[in-house]
Design a protein around this ligand. Structure first.
Ligand SMILES: *Cc1c(COP(=O)(O)O)cnc(C)c1O
Length: 461
């Protein structure tokens, strides 16, 4: 069997070449061109001594799919190449990726800092589940104020966390600035790049330490399965902080034996997270689903390019509608994150964003129920266009005050713009806006009533 090597003297092929070829397994017993799906729980040992060597890790071979599988390894190698990392770990979902990535660093009694705008599922995971493990999250108020981060560092702070393109508000963080702070503070910077993918940004190139993704979204694109990935940049110096991160600097087999860092060097963190965290907690990705993810990855640049072009066109169109009070898309020059978008996202800022209707929840309901091409769904990064009302779904568990603070107004609608033809998407939106306008006469009567009520005048004298 062969895997594709880069040309002599080159670290990397181009993005599109790597998304098709990096890590691929060609050949096998039958000369298969496509990486085979190794659906097997375990791997045969040739002899008594072979089994012993495998368990000791002496020949680097495979033991059991919870610890490693050739199909998963091929896809991990592809993701490592695309992210400019040193190693990757596939797990069963994005939530599993975030969990194991942080549990590879944090233990009970530790504290970590996070940007305030995050995927709501991550926030509840941190606030509720991690709290039960004795791990405390603290959100900064203003992620652009580095003093706000610095002020909150405590003796037990162990990590910094953020997202590339938070949804639905798309309030971008300055990754390089936060990475500089994290490095100064001696903390690994973990970043969720689900909404951007390595095609739009490689956070490791901007100083992040570890990247996580929900691979269920853009990386797969087909929306047929869940997956998650953790990619290690291999740059964080774990051995420099033996008291903060003892798991990497403790001799593995007692005094005189090597530590994880001595044994694995730049991949020590990923090795620990793969074997000790994910290998024991068990959120393994089925090789069948690793294969489905690989199929999606092969067209990533084509899809994300089209997603971003469509999203920009939709955002411009929405901004011109009188019913719309704001569009949260950083590709628009009017958007507060536009400068960061120009600095970090030259290829576009993806396709998951919100916009707010002046008419509030009533207009949102009419609009969402009138769309035909957009599927009403809790998912994103799919080739199909999707729509959701965050206030009554993903953010419904918050109080009204919390929602307002996050900018989740009753009229906020979230889109995940797909790769369909731009004209068809705009036509679908135009039809739904026409339906909203058609409700106006009814609303006008209600508004007159409100004016009379406010002035304390009887409606019918
Ligand atoms: C969807 C999503 C997750 C969770 O991923 P799953 O694959 O659904 O577990 C995490 N982070 C972000 C930004 C997401 O969009």
């Amino acid at each position: 069997m062969t895997t594709t090597a880069t040309p002599y003297g080159q670290d990397h092929f181009g993005f599109a070449t790597e998304q098709v070829h990096a890590g691929e397994i060609v050949g096998g017993d039958f000369g298969a061109r496509i990486t085979p799906i190794y659906l097997t729980a375990g791997f045969v040992f040739g002899s008594f001594d072979h089994a012993r060597a495998r368990f000791a890790g002496d020949d680097g071979g495979l033991v059991y799919t919870r610890y490693g599988n050739p199909t998963n390894a091929a896809v991990e190698a592809r993701l490592t190449a695309l992210e400019h990392g040193v190693d990757s770990l596939l797990v069963s979902s994005g939530q599993a990726a975030i969990t194991v990535a942080l549990l590879g660093i944090l233990k009970a009694g530790d504290h970590f800092l996070s940007a305030p705008s995050l995927y709501e599922g991550s926030k509840t995971l941190f606030r509720e589940n991690f709290a039960r493990f004795g791990i405390e999250v603290e959100f900064v108020d203003d992620p652009h104020d580095i003093d706000d981060w610095r002020r909150r560092v405590r003796p037990n702070t162990r990590a910094v966390y953020g997202e590339t393109i938070p949804n639905p508000k798309n309030d971008l963080i300055d990754i390089g600035q936060i990475a500089d702070f994290a490095r100064e503070a001696g903390l690994p910077f973990v970043i969720d790049s689900t909404a951007s993918t390595p095609y739009l940004i490689r956070p490791l190139d901007h100083g992040a330490s570890i990247v996580v993704h929900s691979a269920s979204k853009f990386l797969s694109g087909h929306g047929a399965s869940l997956a998650g990935v953790v990619t290690d940049g291999g740059t964080f110096d774990w051995a420099a902080y033996p008291d903060k991160f003892p798991q990497f600097s403790t001799p593995l087999g007692g005094a005189g034996t090597p530590t994880l860092v001595e044994k694995f060097g730049a991949t020590a963190y990923l090795e620990y997270t793969r074997t000790i965290i994910a290998g024991r907690l068990g959120p393994v990705l089925s090789p069948l689903h690793a294969f489905l993810l690989q199929q999606g990855l092969e067209t990533l640049s084509l899809r994300v390019g089209q997603h971003s072009r469509n999203a920009l066109a939709v955002a411009h169109w929405l901004e011109a509608q009188p019913e719309v009070s704001s569009v949260d898309y950083p590709g628009l020059p009017s958007n507060p994150s536009h400068a960061i978008a120009l600095k970090y996202y030259p290829r576009g800022t993806g396709s998951v964003f919100g916009f707010t209707l002046r008419g509030g929840i009533d207009d949102a309901r009419t609009l969402i129920d009138s769309l035909e091409l957009f599927s009403r769904m809790s998912h994103l990064g799919d080739v199909r266009s999707l729509v959701l009302h965050p206030g009554t779904t993903s953010h419904a568990h918050l109080t009204e005050e919390e929602r307002v603070r996050l900018g989740i107004h009753p009229g906020l609608v979230r889109l995940s713009v797909g790769i369909e033809d731009e004209d068809d998407l705009l036509a679908d939106l135009a039809g739904a806006f026409a339906a909203v306008r058609a409700t106006r006469p009814v609303r006008a009567t209600a508004d007159v009533a409100a004016v009379f009520a406010e002035a304390e005048l009887p409606l019918s004298a």
